[in-house]
Every structure is written in C-alpha cells, then in structure tokens.
Design a protein around this ligand. Structure first.
Ligand code: ADP
Length: 485
C-alpha cells in the first residue's frame, strides 16, 4: 500500500509530545511491514537536518497564501531507521523562519497554509497514494482542501486520527480564506461551523469529511462520545458509527529501549538477571543525580514525571504529592515542558522545596536525552491525568523498568493493570478519583511494595517484558486502510 502521513510533528526532529512519537513509530512499522510510507511535515527552523540522510530529491510546485502566489518545495530525506520524510517549505523559507512548531500566535493560519501547499504538491506531482492519513487539527482540513482543489476527484481514501480532542483548531473564517479556500467552496459549508462558538472548527470538518476516523485507545474512543469528554462534538462523533474506531498506540522500541539507548550511562534489558538490571538502573540514577546536583539516597525510590505541564496531566496532583516527598520517604523528579504561567510558578516553588530537602528537583524544559535518562533512573512513574487519550509515558516507563501509577482513564485504563488484580498482565498501580488522597494512597502502595525486593523484581521484570510495540496496532491500521479502499 502507498500511504502518506501528514502531520505537525515527528520524533526526533520535530516533537512536542506523543504525536511526534506516533508519527515516527507508525511510519517505521508500516515501512517495516513493506508499505511505501512517506511522513510529511513542515520544514521548521528547529529541524536539525544533521539527524537525517538527504535523498537529493526535491519537488517544486506552486501554491498560494494571503492571495500571493508562492513557489514551494518538498525535500526528501530518510532517517537512520529508514523512515522516509518529506519536509515542505516555500522558496522564501516560510516554515524555516519559524522557530517553534505551534507558537508565534499564527499557528492555525500557518497549518492551513501547510495543508493548502500539501494539496498543491499532491496535485502537481500526481503522487500516487492510496491512503492519506492526517493527524489532529493541524492537518484535519487537508482532505477537504484537496477535494476542493481537485474538484472532488481524490484518487485516495482519507483517515483522520484524533490524538487529543481538547485541541480542535477553532479559528476565524478569515484564517481559512488566507489559505485561498473560500468556506463556500465546501460542498456543505456548515461542516465547518463550531457547534458552540461562532467560529470555524477544523476538527469538526475533519470528522465529517474523512473516510474513517480513529483515536488512540479504545477507552478514549468510548469516552469521546460522552458529553463529559466529547468537547462539544460527541453527538457528531457518535453519528459516525462504525466509521470511528479506537486503536491503541504502540511504542517504537528502536527508539525507546534501554538495551540500545545511547543516552544512558549503562544499558540494560528485561532479558538480563534482575541483579544486573538493578545495578544498571542504580548506575544511571547515580550519574543523573550527580549531573543535577541532588544527593542520592540509594535505597529510597525515585518517583518521576515527564510531561507537558498542562492541567490535563493532573499536574497539581503531582505537585501536592511531591511536596510530601519527606513524609513518603521518596525522591522526586519532574521534567515538565510548555508550562502554563501558574504551573511555572508552582513548579519553580516545588523545585526550591525539593532541593532544600535534598529530595529531588524540577526541570522546566523539553529535553529528549534527559527524558531517556529519567525513565532509566526512576523506580516509579506517575501519570495522574484528568483525561488521557492514550498516554505513551507509562508505556515507555514499563520498558525502562519504572512502575507506573496512573489514574484510570482513557489509554491509561487500557494499558495499566493494578497489582492487586493479580493478573498475569498486572504491571502497575491504578486509582480512580482525581483527588490527592486517592493518588497518594496508590503511590504509598507502590512505595510499600518497593520495599519487598522479591515482589518488586518480579513486577519490574513483567513490566519490562510486556509488548506494547507497534506490531499489533500497525496490523490494525493496515486492516483499517484496506477496509476503506
Ligand atoms: P502528550 O502527547 O499528551 O504530551 P504522551 O504521553 O502521549 O503525552 O507523550 C508524551 C511524549 O513526550 C513522550 O515521548 C514523553 O517522553 C515526551 N515528553 C513529555 N514531556 C517532555 C519533556 N519535558 N521533555 C522531553 N520529552 C517530553
């Protein structure tokens, strides 16, 4: 099959969160399974092309933005894992001049322009694809824009995946016109209308125009059709019937694997003896603590959180828990990106508190290498999200032998089974209510079990050996693509 993935992120060259990992992992799996796959993203200024291998091929084409004709191109690269990547920009460097992926205040207009340009590229190059797979609001309108420019003659089927329903791409009609598309050109312009506000909604139009819609876990798919989690679009989603499915994300073990992870001081794997795993994790922890200048308490569990610091992630539950580090006798680390202003202040205070007590630290930044080292060094990994479409961090943590404590919601409910259920798949600690007391109780259970070396070793080993690779989800996507062709 010939598949084009179009998105705003791909790990490791342009990543904010899980979307980037999914683009990398799914593209990798599809090409490994023999499908011709290209991942296409804007050529942002932050992309370090040193990480890529150029293919020496460029497609030039004409497009339009702000009523001005633009010369644009797609430059072809591949990664060391053989993922084919196309980077799109204008001759004048519209995207190269942007230093952030979503920022600069004109994110929506720039992604609408990106979609417009991708449609022009497809039309000009007559690139033969069978599946156009778009992701979240930045590319949700691409199938419709292509239909308009090709006068309804799309030679492919389209798939839209929702990675987070909270972000819907609400925008002004004028943003759409800037990309040279008149809302009246839609066969049914009302599909653009936001159901609540007086504005356009890119995700809503995407839901109603894609041939099939997916989200990133079965439980989140069920939650999205409820008024509580449906973000105003639950009835539209429910109306899609069998055209809407939940497929659990996978993890790319070529990137997230302590056995081959070059960021780590000491590599290890679930196929080793537990003594060796413990020794390697301790060595990684010691190195990390030396780097961050926090005294290491070797017999005390390290609890970690690696997250975007937004409310969705239950960040105030994390703050309240980590404020009790001494009482719980634990050490704590937070690696938090893109903090909202209140969160920035709260976590800066937490950092001072933890450092003063010698109990840990907070890092307000996004750092891939540091993230890998924290997964490897930590013993317990907390994900108390208020809602969570899939969640990748708990799956990465499992592979690195860090035991997740999660709230029972969305993909967290699909992947983490409480130890008290004593099932062969039990791999962590689960709590229900989004209250500090419930969270603290679950973490206390994990800290208590940590003291039982035999039980903890067995749990760690089980966690590290579980398979959350892209193999099964990759097959599910292939079946889905085949079902619409
Ligand atoms: P989301 O996509 O909602 O942010 P996911 O759990 O799906 O959450 O994916 C998060 C991804 O982003 C993981 O790869 C995680 O390691 C990474 N990540 C989150 N915060 C940071 C950070 N501060 N620095 C580096 N990587 C981060």
């Amino acid at each position: 099959m010939r598949i084009l993935q179009v998105a705003s992120e791909i790990t490791p060259i342009a990543k904010v969160g899980g979307l980037g990992d999914v683009l990398m992992g799914l593209s990798h799996e599809l090409s490994w399974k023999g499908h011709e796959t290209l991942a296409l993203i804007p050529f942002y200024g932050l992309i370090d092309t040193e990480q890529l291998i150029p293919e020496g091929r460029v497609d030039w084409f004409d497009t339009e933005f702000d009523k001005v004709k633009q010369r644009a191109c797609v430059t072809y690269y591949h990664t060391h894992n053989n993922i084919s990547i196309g980077l799109l920009d204008t001759a004048s460097g519209y995207f190269r001049n942007r230093q952030t992926i979503y920022g600069d205040g004109d994110g929506i207009a720039s992604f609408l322009f990106f979609c417009r340009a991708v449609a022009n590229w497809l039309l000009t190059t007559q690139r033969q694809i069978e599946i156009l797979h778009v992701h979240d609001w930045p590319t949700a309108l691409l199938p419709s824009i292509y239909q308009i420019l090709s006068r309804g003659k799309a030679p492919f089927k389209s798939v839209l995946t929702i990675h987070n329903f909270e972000y819907q791409g609400r925008c002004d009609w004028s943003d759409i016109r800037r990309a040279g598309i008149d809302p009246l050109d839609f066969s049914d312009p009302s599909i653009l209308n936001d159901p609540i506000h007086s504005c356009a909604n890119l995700v809503k139009a995407g839901l109603l125009s894609a041939d099939v819609v997916t989200t990133v876990s079965p439980t989140y798919a069920r939650e999205m059709v409820t008024p509580e989690e449906g973000q105003g679009l639950h009835t539209i989603l429910a109306g899609l019937g069998k055209k809407f499915v939940g497929i659990l994300n996978g993890i790319d073990y070529a990137f997230w694997n302590p056995e081959i992870d070059t960021y780590l001081s000491k590599r290890y794997s679930g196929s080793q003896e537990m003594e060796a795993v413990r020794a390697a994790k301790l060595q990684n922890k010691a190195r990390l603590f030396f780097q961050i200048d926090v005294p290491l308490l070797p017999d005390v569990p390290l609890i970690a959180s690696i997250t975007r610091l937004v409310k969705q992630k239950g960040i105030y539950l994390i703050r309240d828990l980590f404020a009790q580090a001494e009482e719980l006798n634990v050490q704590c680390l937070v690696l938090g990106s893109v903090p909202e202003p209140d969160a920035k202040q709260a976590f800066a205070e937490l950092d001072r508190d933890l450092r003063r007590k010698g109990r840990g630290a907070v890092f307000l930044m996004s750092d891939e290498a540091f993230a890998h080292r924290v997964y490897a060094a930590s013993d317990i990994f907390v994900v108390p999200s208020l809602f969570e479409p899939c969640g990748l961090t708990q799956l990465i943590a499992l592979k690195y032998g860090s035991i997740p404590v999660v709230r029972k919601t969305g993909g967290l409910a699909d992947t983490i089974v409480d130890v008290e259920e004593s099932r062969p798949t039990s791999n962590g600690f689960v709590f229900q209510s989004a209250q500090s007391t419930s969270f603290t109780t679950a973490v206390t259970r994990s800290v208590d079990l940590f003291k039982n070396k035999v039980a903890w070793d067995a749990l760690m080993l089980r966690a590290m050996r579980q398979d959350f690779s892209w193999n099964i989800p990759g097959n599910q996507y292939v079946s889905l693509y085949q079902s619409v062709l």
